[in-house]
Design a protein around this ligand. Structure first.
Ligand SMILES: Cc1ncc(COP(=O)(O)O)c(C=O)c1O
Length: 420
């Protein structure tokens, strides 16, 4: 950070403040994680200075020999990690990855069948608020009212009725495993493409902790910054027969130049994902989510679908007379970061919500285990039930601070929020 000290102390100060905030709070936002310092090194590297429209060997700029080597390395690592036939590592984000897939094989006006946003789906799966909902006609499936598991009979019935050109599986707040084989056979019945957006769970898939969609899907997209513990970016995997279409859809179809420093960080991320430490963290993330879920259940909170199979727990707060927005604030006040989330069939708006979403990736990477999950469940309960009682909230804050000090963020130096 020496150069920042010289050129911009104001931003340096904000970086230090953010580092402190990250060190001294419990990050239970399911869509976040802490990237190791080597990822930050790659992000801040000289690859930032390279512009390289196109693909290795087919660039629209000169000086790309090293860049080509880097992109081929990242692509090779992504393919090998996920046993995929082709990978495109250029999407700037998860939404860009999805746009790339749609652009590759759909025409404006084609129909998409995907999970309802209100049941856990994502905006970029054809929601009217997103460009994807304007360009494509979208139809949505949900979970069953009684079990809150995906309803494959409903998915099949909707597929037969609307005959979408693409079926999308994957979610932002679905705590259960997805039956990719069932989706594949429905897609085959109507000759639809099958896309899986595994943005949240890619790290668990990479570590073989939960089943992979890659053998079943035509296309798989994911983000590299959630359970993957890497930089903020997106990836597309696909069958070899779609490789050219996907590459053309990303550039020039939906993006311009790739961010090469981001590609470098993705390559590091895929390398780290093969290590025993990464695999162990992913295994513990899932175990920790199950323990947290059970401990909250014992305290009278209802997890949507009754439990979890992955890194996230979605709580229905109605039984406690709480709303998601107030609960999110009460927890932030004591240093526990979560986010309000609609639950299936939620009577509340997305601003208020009846639900709260927790993820265990961010605390697991600090080395926390089952004992800490039980402890955190107790702290959550105290903060939610006594948000106005100063002595209680102060005690919870202190305990959160003590946990943060006992389990430091890996690789973070005191003043700078990262290794020097
Ligand atoms: C299922 C899913 N897809 C896509 C995205 C979008 O990723 P990004 O914000 O990187 O564009 C998210 C983000 O949380 C997500 O949960």
């Amino acid at each position: 950070m020496d150069f920042l000290e010289r050129d911009d102390r104001e931003v340096l100060e904000l970086i230090r403040k953010e580092g402190l905030r990250q060190r001294m709070t419990l990050n239970m936002i399911a869509a976040e994680n802490t990237a190791p310092p080597s990822i930050l090194d790659a992000l801040g590297s000289v690859f930032n200075n390279k512009t390289a429209e196109g693909y290795p060997g087919r660039r629209y700029h000169t000086g790309c020999r090293v860049t080509d080597e880097l992109e081929l390395l990242a692509v090779g690592r992504a393919k090998s990690l996920f046993h995929a036939e082709h990978a495109n590592v250029q999407p700037h984000s998860g939404v860009n990855a999805n746009l790339g897939v749609y652009q590759a094989v759909l025409r404006p006006g084609d129909a998409l069948l995907s999970m309802k946003l209100s049941h856990g789906g994502h905006l970029s799966h054809g929601d009217p608020a997103s460009l994807t909902g304007r360009v494509y006609r979208s139809f949505h499936y949900g979970v069953k009212a009684d079990t809150e598991f995906l309803d494959y009979d409903e998915i099949r019935a909707l597929a037969l009725k609307h005959r979408p050109r693409m079926i999308v599986a994957g979610a932002s707040s679905y705590p259960r495993l997805i039956d990719y084989g069932a989706f594949r056979s429905i897609a085959d019945e109507i000759s639809a493409y099958f896309l899986v957006d595994m943005a949240h769970i890619a790290g668990l898939v990479a570590a073989c902790v939960i089943p992979s969609p890659v053998p079943h899907a035509d296309f798989v997209t994911f983000t590299t910054y959630k359970t993957m513990m890497g930089p903020h970016g997106g990836i597309i995997l696909c069958k070899g027969k779609y490789a050219n279409k996907i590459d053309r859809a990303v550039f020039p179809g939906t993006q311009g130049t790739p961010t090469l420093s981001l590609v470098a960080a993705k390559a590091v991320c895929f390398n780290l994902a093969t290590t025993p430490r990464f695999i162990e963290v992913q295994q513990r993330t899932v175990r920790n989510a199950a323990v947290l879920c059970e401990a909250l259940k014992v305290k009278g909170y209802r997890p949507v679908s009754g439990g979890t199979d992955n890194h996230l727990v979605l709580l229905d707060l109605r039984g406690k007379g709480l709303k998601g927005d107030a609960a999110e604030r009460a927890l932030e006040d004591v240093g526990i970061l979560t986010n309000r989330n609609v639950i299936p069939f939620d009577p509340e708006s997305t601003k208020t919500t009846s639900g709260l979403r927790f993820g265990t990736a961010g605390v697991t990477v600090r080395g926390m285990g089952e004992g800490e999950m039980e402890k955190i469940a107790g702290l959550i309960d105290l903060a939610l039930t006594s948000p106005q009682e100063r002595d209680v909230t102060n005690r919870v804050k202190e305990e959160v601070g003590a946990l943060c000090l006992r389990f430091p963020l890996p690789g973070f130096a005191e003043e700078e929020g990262r290794d020097p």
